[in-house]
Design a protein around this ligand. Sequence first.
Ligand SMILES: [Zn+2]
Ligand SMILES: [Zn+2]
Length: 310
Amino acid sequence: MSTIKLRFPTDDKGLVGRECPNNDCTGLFKIKFGTGLEGTDLLCTCPYCGHKASQDEFWTHDQLKLMRSEIKRQVVDPAINQMSQRLERSFRHHRGVTYKANRIGTSLFRYSETDLETDVTCDSCTLRYAIYGVFAFCPDCGRHNSQQILNKNLDVVERMLAMANDADADVAEKIKEDALENVVSAFDGFGREVCRVNANAASEPAEAKEISFQNVAGAERGLRRLFGFDLASCLQADAWQFVKRSFQKRHPFAHKMGVVDDKYVAKADDPHAVVGRKVVVTVDEILKLAGLVRLLGQSLHSHFSGGGGE
Ligand SMILES: [Zn+2]
Ligand SMILES: [Zn+2]
């Protein structure tokens, strides 16, 4: 029997749809064949739930419909048509009986690939893939992209700060405030995702999923208690102090138009803080913070690398 050749539609960037076979997930994603790991019998990892299985288990509903319609066209229809024709010929020999066989022809199922939200190129194996949301396991090498996303966000912060140098004073102030906010929220999103995918390694998985990284001192205590991991150990004591103070500076900007209050004075250990005056934050300070947050991210990510998933 001859083999059936099939071409699956791709999106406009050449990516092909995939669907997680795990019934609790069934997440849709896309990959670009020809990028990423090379070799045969490579397993595919679901970017959302981490489920690993053979590539052949990740067909989407549309791809299965296309396969079924093509099998009907190439195998079932010709067999039925052949049978009908034989029947037609045999009837011709019987005088007075007419039979005309109708040829059947199934049309090929057509679909186009769904647009997803984020395009990722794995910084470990170079696979190009697309997902809903932001965070994912690489479908080829299984590496989680949390650190890659953190660093990408910090790159944007650094580019914002470069603009602050040439901007008017009031615009420069706004850029600095946003940059500080973005460093904190990038680290918060990253930290929460790392804890979520590694929650099973924690002494209390439910609590691990609730650690907030906006309060970096609280996150450090949570990681130590639940995972036995010391976040601050990758930094010198004064650098860690600097990170905690910078994270505290976000509060007056987020809630008090940047004006120092008693709570800030009590918590931030900021020698320049005066109640009722504005918090001072400089471009160099946020750049230094971004650099230190990269180190914290690297340290947390490498603590868990090899773990995670399912
Ligand atoms: Zn999945
Ligand atoms: Zn990869």
